[in-house]
Ligand binder design. Structure first.
Ligand code: NAP
Length: 255
């Protein structure tokens, strides 16, 4: 795991405000990073593979860390971030799968398998809560911080009128519950941290690619549009609530 710019005890970067983007290989994450870099901010990105091209053009304001998202790797990165004394005011957990080379969303109960449920749950719910667990010592400063986890409207139990897509639906509902519980606990020990479960709307990324045919062009968003909406929603987020579940229009979604 190459971490070169902020070795432990290096005072020069202490108190420097940073944004942390996990799952930085996501198309929406890339747009978030671009917009922060354009604004002159600094970003620490984490993904399965390092994007050296993005780092090369960021004038030293983008650090990229590699993770296989095992709990050991998550803990190692969080320990290193804690030692660096960097202060994060925005954290994004963007990871999520709907399909891959060997799985597709289930249309009927007969398609449901334990293997698919386990794999999708692992990536969409269990890995994010592991980040939230190990980030607690990192987010210890008094700095107000908003941690956004990418959820989906389909994770709403109240809004489920169509069924299907069992593993994805259940994983996002589980993510919502895990984050809500974590927000309650953080409120006791880290009142500076607020949580946002965010539904980006149907966005033109590899995740939605196979399902875009029935989406009207004006309802298929670009990653840049969604990132702009999200950054503006976060900047104006009501600080009274410890956790919000919002869509790209800043409208609350039924749990
Ligand atoms: N696009 C949409 O229409 C839509 C709608 C509702 C919700 N969302 C949510 O928005 C978030 C961002 O998705 P996107 O649309 O930008 O999709 P994307 O470009 O396909 O990005 C996929 C994301 O999932 C991670 N990922 C893929 N396979 C993984 C694995 N085996 N283990 C761990 N992580 C893995 C990637 O991590 P790396 O960085 O390590 O590659 C990346 O962060 C997701 O949580 C998704 O569920 C998207």
């Amino acid at each position: 795991m190459p971490v070169t710019r902020f070795p432990p005890g290096q005072n020069a970067v202490e108190e420097l405000m940073q944004h942390l983007v996990i799952g930085a290989g996501s198309a929406i994450a890339a747009a978030i990073i671009d917009q922060y870099l354009e604004a002159g901010d600094s970003v620490v990105a984490v993904s399965r593979s390092i994007n050296s091209g993005a780092m090369a053009t960021a004038n030293g304001r983008l650090e990229w860390l590699q993770s296989d998202y095992s709990e050991e790797s998550i803990q190692r990165i969080c320990n290193r971030l804690r030692e660096s004394a960097l202060v994060f005011d925005r954290v994004f957990i963007c990871n999520g799968i709907l399909h891959n080379a060997h799985l597709a969303p289930e249309k009927r109960l007969e398609d449901v398998t334990t293997e698919q449920l386990t794999e999708v749950m692992q990536i969409n719910a269990f890995q994010p809560i592991n980040w939230v667990k190990h980030l607690k010592p990192v987010l210890r400063s008094k700095q107000h911080c908003i941690l956004t986890a990418f959820s989906a409207r389909i994770g709403s139990i109240g809004d489920n009128g169509r069924g299907g897509w069992y593993a994805y639906r259940a994983s996002k509902a589980a993510l919502n519950m895990l984050i809500k519980s974590a927000a309650i606990e953080y409120q006791r020990e880290r009142r500076n941290v607020q949580f946002l479960l965010f539904h980006p709307g149907t966005t033109d990324t590899p995740l939605s690619k196979p399902f875009q045919r029935s989406v009207p062009p004006d309802k298929l968003f670009s990653p840049a549009f969604v990132a702009k909406q999200l950054l503006s929603i976060i900047d104006g987020l009501d600080r009274e609530l410890s956790v919000h579940y919002l869509d790209w229009q800043n409208t609350a979604i039924e749990w």
